[in-house]
Design a protein around this ligand. Structure first.
Ligand code: IVH
Length: 664
């Protein structure tokens, strides 16, 4: 039960990073293997059944800020396999089920993000993401800005028709976008898939157009479709003006299918877009209907996934990098080798546990692979080629830069250098982060200039940036009159950056953009945040104890306090400027405790609603509490306490009712 539980939790988290954050944590193959393991365990232990298991649901891409619409036909996923043997098994099983020979359409499996595009009377009316398969996010405006999605169909199209396909970012656009992001010091996209789905959810549709997305349609749905087979329907779909790949093939036998797979495993490397496998679909619609569906997959289709490309090369050395938060990452330096079109010289080794698990030795021959991540990964060691005298790689115990003894927290896998205020890469890293676009957005200072400033001693801390003079800047390499004036102007301008971004910029461990926003919304000045307790912070949605403790540790460091005071003196914003809006006094005199997870609004939104209607937010249940607004998974301790004190528990609907009643 514990293993099943752990796997379910892990897979949900990976789904979230993949579909919502667009930052995959593991490769698709590793994910698929974990999913298979869970399926197998669930089959062996039917008593552990849970309708919410990731094995029964498609990963959800739903995001706040989009209108959600119900799919007329559910958007499913495909069962997948990495072995030709399983393709054969599927073919034989399907033949048994249909009881006769059947044709299969082989298509490329495009590696982007799924989309449903709906036309009424030939006009594009809606574009919706897969979402959780039942409801998706309405991204119509952005779909209209995809260059090969026609606004109008042509020919003998039906009154209502829905196309399913994949939104992709071609390799060329992807490379250009990442180059631009690198220049702007923005986080890179790991692969075109993440770039495509991130782009589809942008609020700026012109940017969608500029990034050059493409759509490939692979399925058509509707009530009045005249044709009897998938193949014919796709040809028709192309005639109506949709982009359908011409690389599909109608196969009449298993041999033809295998040939198609073999051919495209190689030929796909020349395509302008990313593919990750082949999709096989039973051609005849009547047979498709007969075969039907499981909870999340059709039985009439299966995906064969290509093995990720691998290369074998020699480990030259392991070096260690210190990041801005002090985390020490081991890096494998490799003999250069060609992999998926690029030269690979380095691979991340993640952390000590990973190095141990590989049992890595000096000069080992290692397999490298490109998963969903930017940096290639070592997946295995060829131990047969290991020299007998080779020494095992031992993780360092002192910081490679400042020689401080490294520390590791029990629950974390990373070692880090605790010398936050004296270790050069940490200070430089924090300075770089501070000036970056999403933080203070100080144009004209990039990572090279920071290194230069740091090494020459012109500026060796965040606050020192604000005491830079024209003459200081002119001493830096490549700084002419204009660039020096520009940087001074940028620094002056950064005084206007809102408090929430200053909070993100000062680099509190684990306080990213989103968390900074949430903290700033609840604690409206840096002083308020400095005085906040762990309990008060963890009341805020998504803020756990770890983050709260990091915030407290940050303010306990005198150097950080002096940095904040100096920045304050230079005029940076240390408090929220938006006034609290009071819309009514409907809840005046009430103290409401908000707890659990909600469907209609986020916890923070509810808290804001309470305040703007004159109520008070309580942090814990007491005799003074008027109501508890409870979502799902409110802790049993709170419930018990409420019952004991006789505090009324209300749900989202009752809360809405409460606001309405008061209005009436
Ligand atoms: S058919 C019920 N065909 O792969 C029909 N899907 O895990 C399901 N995909 O979510 C889809 N290329 O986004 C189909 N030629 C293709 C495809 C394709 C890419 C994606 C699709 C789906 C996922 C399946």
């Amino acid at each position: 039960m514990k293993e099943i539980d752990d796997l379910r939790r892990e897979l949900r988290e990976y789904n979230h990073s993949y579909y919502v954050l667009n930052q995959p944590q593991i490769s698709d193959k590793e994910f698929d293997m974990k999913m298979k393991k869970l399926e197998q365990l669930e089959a062996e232990h039917p008593e552990c059944y849970d309708a919410d298991s990731p094995t029964l649901k498609v990963g959800s891409d739903l995001q706040k800020g989009f209108v959600q619409v119900e799919h007329r036909y559910p958007m499913l996923s495909l069962g997948n396999t990495y072995s030709e043997g399983e393709v054969r098994d599927w073919y034989i099983k399907t033949k048994k089920l249909v009881g006769k020979d059947f044709d299969v359409v082989c298509e490329l499996k495009f590696d982007g993000t799924s989309i449903s595009v709906i036309y009424e009377n030939g006009r594009l009316v809606r574009g919706v993401t897969r979402g959780d398969g039942k409801v998706g996010d309405d991204v119509t405006r952005n779909v209209a800005y995809i260059q090969n999605v026609p606004k109008f169909l042509t020919g003998d199209y039906p009154v209502k028709v829905e196309f399913r396909g994949e939104v992709l970012m071609p390799w060329s656009s992807f490379d250009r976008l990442n180059r631009e992001r690198e220049e702007q010091q923005e986080q890179l996209f790991a692969n075109p898939r993440n770039a495509a789905s991130g782009t589809l959810k942008l609020l700026d549709s012109k940017e969608v157009w500029r990034r050059g997305l493409q759509t490939y349609i692979y399925y058509t749905l509707g009530e009045e479709l005249p044709l009897k087979t998938h193949y014919e329907q796709l040809q028709k779909t192309r005639e109506w003006g949709m982009n359908v790949s011409s690389d599909m093939k109608l196969c009449h036998s298993l041999e033809e299918i295998m040939e198609y797979i073999k051919h495209w495993d190689e030929a796909r490397k020349e395509l302008p877009v990313a593919t990750d496998g082949i999709v096989l679909k039973v051609n005849d619609f009547t047979l498709q209907e007969k075969l039907g569906y499981t909870a999340k997959n059709p039985r009439w289709a299966i995906a064969y996934k290509f093995q990720p490309e691998q290369a074998l090369t020699r480990l030259e050395a392991v070096t260690y990098q210190v990041g801005r938060t002090g985390v020490v990452t081991p890096v494998a330096n490799l003999e250069a080798v060609l992999l998926s079109g690029t030269m690979v010289r380095r691979a991340t080794l993640h952390n000590e546990d990973f190095v141990r698990a590989l049992d890595l030795h000096e000069s080992d021959m290692v397999y490298v692979e490109k998963g969903g991540e930017i940096i290639p990964k070592i997946t295995a060691v060829d131990k047969s080629q290991r020299d007998k005298t080779a020494k095992r790689i031992e993780f360092i115990d002192k910081c490679p830069v400042c020689n401080t003894k490294l520390v590791r927290n029990d629950e974390e896998s990373a070692w880090y250098c605790p010398n936050e205020t004296g270790c050069a890469p940490q200070i430089r890293g924090r300075m770089e982060h501070f000036v970056s676009r999403k933080a203070m957005n100080i144009d004209g200072i990039g990572s090279e200039i920071i290194t230069n400033m740091y090494e020459t001693g012109i500026a060796t801390s965040i606050e020192a940036l604000y005491s830079l003079t024209y003459n200081d800047l002119r001493m830096l390499d490549g700084f002419a009159d204009k660039s020096a004036r520009n940087v001074l102007a940028e620094l002056a301008k950064s005084r206007e950056v809102p408090y929430e971004r200053v909070l993100f910029a000062i680099g509190i461990r684990n306080v990213g953009e989103v968390i900074a926003k949430k903290l700033a919304a609840r604690f409206r000045s840096i002083d308020e945040l400095r005085n906040a307790t762990v309990e008060e912070m963890t009341e805020v949605e998504d803020i756990g104890e770890k983050i709260a403790r990091n915030v407290i540790a940050f303010f306990a460091e005198p150097k950080n306090i002096s940095m904040i005071e100096t920045l304050r003196q230079y005029g940076l914003k240390m408090k929220s400027e938006e006034e609290k809006v009071v819309v009514s006094d409907r809840l005046s005199g009430m103290t409401i405790v908000v707890s659990g997870k909600f469907e209609m609004h986020s916890r923070e939104e509810y808290k804001a609603m309470i305040e703007s209607n004159g109520g008070k937010n309580g942090s814990s249940v007491s005799a003074k509490t008027t109501y508890i607004l409870a979502g799902s998974d409110m802790g049993p301790a709170k419930r018990e306490k409420a019952e004991k004190l006789g505090v009324k528990i209300i749900n989202e609907n009752e809360f809405a009712q409460l606001l309405k009643e008061k209005e009436d």
